[in-house]
Design a protein around this ligand. Sequence first.
Ligand code: 5GP
Ligand code: MN
Length: 332
Amino acid sequence: MNNIDFLSLNKLILSCSNILLTTHLNPDGDAIGSILGLYHFLKLANKNSRIVISDPVPQNLKFLDGASEIEIFDDNKNYPWFESLDLILILDLNDVTRLKGLEKFILKSNAKKVVIDHHIEPKEFADFYLIDTEASSTGELIYKIITQDKLHKINKSIAENLYAAILTDSGSFRFPRTDEEVHLIIAELIRNGADPVKIYEEIYNKNSYNKIKLLGKGYSNLELFFNNIFCLMTLKKEDFLTTKTDSSDLENFVESLMAINGVKIGVLIAEIPDANEIKISLRSKGNYSVRDLAVKFNGGGHLNAAGARVINESLESVKKGLMKETQNLFFF
Ligand code: 5GP
Ligand code: MN
């Protein structure tokens, strides 16, 4: 695997002209914030760049400057300008399958491909990798790439987007990788125009009434297992239908289970409406590697935050499998 450092990547970016930015399916705050932060930097540097991703921008991130310029990949469309790309920057993912339909376009492109990410165990498919698994977020890595360049200063659009990326991926500065350096970067972002009150309000306090009703459905059927260490939230298709919600409303559901005293592993299994898919979201504290658990279902992620999607299986059978694998991994 070819690693690249911050300065070399900065130089590589500035030496290219036609740049595609992309990130993972079901993009979160880090995916969107870091991609837009980098996009505004490329604008300052007069690069011809476009953002194409596989799933829509979540509602609560649409306020971010540049969000309306993000293009959603459409399998039925042609992308002739893909031919003229000289650089593809792939953010916040290290497994090419998380690009969905974009995967085949990216793999066959002649452009240089660079992965910028903080997840563990990257898969080999790109030309260069800038990976720091100790980083709080991809947003933090983008900050370090951008600030190698003394010519282009961080403007308000960059600052706001990177602030949003770090805020969301650090769990509002609570998760273990929130260190002194993260706060120093945050200070710089505030100095350059990021407004912490406004950004928090937009991202976390604009929940729809329906979403909170769905969360209520989840809370009403919580279960504890394995000596009350393991908390499970289950959502059925009908829960989405009766509350008029969809999978994009699940953001932060599983996190809330970690606020229960004694719970070390929080799991959400949800039967996604309009798809033959069960979404599994996993969170943990300490050394319980939910990534190892996710891998059993062909998913992945981090030690304390992971997920998977299971196709063509019933909720009951996914739940059974999950119990069995959890028992084998952690409580044998
Ligand atoms: P979430 O529960 O928020 O959907 O996902 C948490 C983390 O788990 C993500 O940041 C990502 O790293 C990982 N993850 C979620 N779903 C999948 C998946 O289907 N495949 C892989 N490889 N990782 C996933
Ligand atoms: Mn991230």
